[in-house]
Design a protein around this ligand. Structure first.
Ligand code: CDP
Ligand code: MG
Length: 650
């Protein structure tokens, strides 16, 4: 086993560059490594540095934009090193730390390293920091560019051991990184890439999921049953993946029994790791894998055996409207660079085929590169973290690409409203409350209501509620059993809304004896529910570190008021026929079909929401009924100043 692992490592394209890479990283304070996905950057470079002895002087840290990638790659590397995960090779993601005193190679999310920098801005435990998947330009990676550059400079000035920086990217446009890191050396890894044939649709497709299903079935049906080649489909999220999965499984019976079997596998961030591992395993004989994935398979994870790529041309990304203060998750077109990455997934082992479910003309109209997330997201979390690191002069912080000024101002306003920051003329001062807020791995809104619970004497309940809001969902709704699920969960219905319903579910969960079967019977997501318990534990621990008393009170009105302390800007007023307008920005929003208030008649006149998603319309996803009078109690300055609607006349 060990020797086959060894042989596999040596067969990677990066292996021939091993000595050069070690030499260059040892002699240059900053290097940029560029190489095709699958060449071995993420798994091998940290091991090379470790094997050459660099890790004796400090940790080798590698960031990943996604938690699944961090976990799955650490698992793989621990195996290659023949050590148990959490020993020499470990990982850390939000709410989960799998490292130990002997850890030398640490995979982690970029968000987590940024958090670590709050405690230790010089990152003094690290000898090498590798920012991986830099081309994705997540907001955390972008901020880390500035943080590690600053840490390297400061360590040099203070004669502390040099911080070595490695930036890794799968795309070639490296000039901006090189310029930013003082003309850093760029190292190219020769990859293996076979020719990929590209096909476009002749007409624009109105329903890309439908087209994707048809394409999979055609490919599977047309081909000689003996031929190999897995199919990789790029979709935008869990919902889409699950619904397509369901349809394909139903269609399997269409094929005669002598036909090759189809093994349909989902791949997305929230998937349990045991299920994730299936996509890496060889399928049974005479079986073709059809992998339905989010853009996680674009560059972060390499799947072997893929010969066909079906590209819907869409991705789910963060969006933000600073003028309206609206945070959004939106399904949007990918960039040309992303389309090329997706295509490349088909040509890793032999000639491949890529089916783009859009026209060539649409392809030509795509943006050249993905717009860095920092230019299109809410910056309040990041701003709070930078302030907590002691970086006060935000406007002169050296970003690789400057975020829009209005986003920075909106973020600042949010922090001022949440009383995290004092704005005295030109200087920004973090308040003691703000400092406390920054110690929670939560958005400023969530940590703000958690801290408000101290005044409302319901810390325990808010810890639970915030934990419940920190997982994707605790409701498990199979595509073919929506009605059954709704029926089973009817007993949890709360006329006050989703937040109290979640609390009710949690309480029932806690008192149940057989958690797993209870979850199954009630259509509750067992794994997410157990994650909620882990998060609660951690948040309680942080409360203790902040000397917060774990008070308890489960009065429903009190809980909603406490929640409103962090979300008083997320309030909407019913106008007519289920249509709501946000109270301040007058934006049209609707209650999401998954909310327990969705079909309540008459619709509640005022609601607060903790999440907004934009699909066909703007939907509020976690919704509670509120009394508008609470707003004047909770945020008197804000609502006194800005209210102009008829709200006050009620
Ligand atoms: O980072 P880069 O895309 O250059 O490559 P990598 O992630 O280091 O992957 C190198 C090789 O390791 C690929 O051939 C993967 O198939 C393999 N690998 C694996 O088998 N299992 C994993 N969990 C991760 C990588
Ligand atoms: Mg990689």
């Amino acid at each position: 086993m060990a020797s086959s692992m060894e042989a596999q490592r040596k067969s990677l394209p990066i292996y021939s560059a091993r000595d050069r890479l070690i030499r260059e990283i040892k002699t240059n304070p900053c290097c940029i490594v560029v190489g095709e996905t699958g060449s071995g950057k993420t798994t091998q470079i940290p091991q090379y540095l470790h094997e050459t002895g660099l890790s004796k002087k400090g940790l080798i840290g590698i960031t990943q934009p996604r938690r699944v990638a961090a976990i799955s790659i650490a698992t793989r590397v621990a195996k290659e090193q023949s050590v148990s995960l959490g020993a020499e090779v470990g990982y850390a993601v939000r709410f989960e730390d799998c490292t130990g005193p002997s850890t030398k190679i640490k995979y982690q999310t970029d968000g987590l390293l940024l958090r670590e920098a709050i405690q230790d801005p010089l990152l003094s435990r690290y000898l090498v920091v590798i920012l991986d998947e830099a081309h994705e330009r997540t907001v955390h990676t972008d901020v880390l560019f500035g943080v590690i550059k600053g840490a390297q400079k400061e360590r040099r000035e203070r004669h502390i051991k040099l911080l070595r920086i490695v930036i890794m990217s799968a795309t070639l446009d490296t000039s901006s990184y090189s310029n930013y890191f003082n003309n850093a050396k760029v190292l190219y890894i020769q990859g293996r890439q076979y020719h990929v044939n590209v096909y476009y649709t002749l007409k624009p497709q109105s329903d890309y999921i439908h087209s994707a299903i048809t394409t999979v079935l055609q490919l599977h049906g047309e081909e000689e049953s003996g031929e190999n080649g897995d199919i990789l489909v790029f979709l935008t999220g869990q919902d889409e993946i699950e619904s397509m999965l369901h349809t394909l499984i139903q269609c399997k019976s269409l094929f005669p029994s002598h036909w090759k079997d189809m093994m349909v596998l989902p791949l997305f961030s929230a998937l349990p790791s045991a299920q994730q591992q299936k996509v890496f395993q060889k399928p049974p004989p005479n079986t073709r894998k059809v992998i339905l994935s989010t853009n996680i398979a674009e560059t972060s994870l390499t799947l072997s055996g893929v010969k066909y790529v079906i590209d819907t041309g869409m991705v789910k990304g963060r969006g933000y409207n600073p003028l309206m203060g609206l945070d959004l998750l939106l399904v949007q077109p990918i960039s040309k660079a992303q389309a090329r990455q997706r295509l490349g997934r088909a040509g890793r082992e032999s000639e491949g085929y890529c089916y783009r479910l859009y026209t060539e003309e649409s392809f030509l109209q795509l943006e050249e590169n993905t717009v860095p997330e920092i230019q299109r997201c809410n910056l309040s979390s990041v701003l709070l973290q930078l302030l907590a690191m002691g970086i006060k002069d935000i406007l002169s912080f050296e970003f690789m690409d400057q975020p829009p000024e209005e986003s920075l101002i909106a973020a600042l306003e949010e922090l001022v409203l949440l009383k995290a920051v004092n704005k005295e003329e030109e200087t920004l001062e973090l308040t003691p409350l703000g400092k406390r807020m920054s110690s929670f791995p939560l958005s400023p809104s969530l940590s703000s209501c958690l801290l408000a619970s101290v005044d409302y004497d319901c810390v325990v309940e808010l810890v639970t509620l915030v934990s419940l809001l920190s997982v994707d969902t605790v409701l498990y709704t199979p595509t073919d059993g929506r009605e059954k699920a709704d029926l089973a969960r009817m007993k949890f219905f709360c006329p006050e809304g989703d937040h109290l319903m979640l609390m009710k579910i949690h309480k029932a969960y806690q008192t149940s004896n057989e958690k797993k079967s209870w979850c199954h019977d009630n259509y509750i997501h067992a794994r997410n529910m157990s994650t909620v318990q882990d998060i609660r534990k951690q948040l309680k621990e942080i409360c203790r570190q902040n000397s917060l008393q774990l008070t308890s009170n489960n009065d429903g009105e009190r809980l909603r008021k406490t929640l409103l302390c962090g979300f008083f800007r997320n309030v909407a007023e019913h106008v007519r026929d289920g249509k709501y307008l946000t109270v301040l920005s007058r934006q049209e929003v609707f209650i999401h079909p998954s909310s327990c208030l969705f079909s309540v008649t008459p619709p509640p006149p005022f609601v607060m929401y903790t999440e907004l998603v934009h699909t066909t319309k703007c939907y509020m996803r976690m919704v509670s009924v509120i009394d508008p009078k609470w707003l004047f109690e909770i945020a008197p300055n804000y609502f006194h100043k800005t209210m102009t609607t008829n709200m006050i006349q009620d």
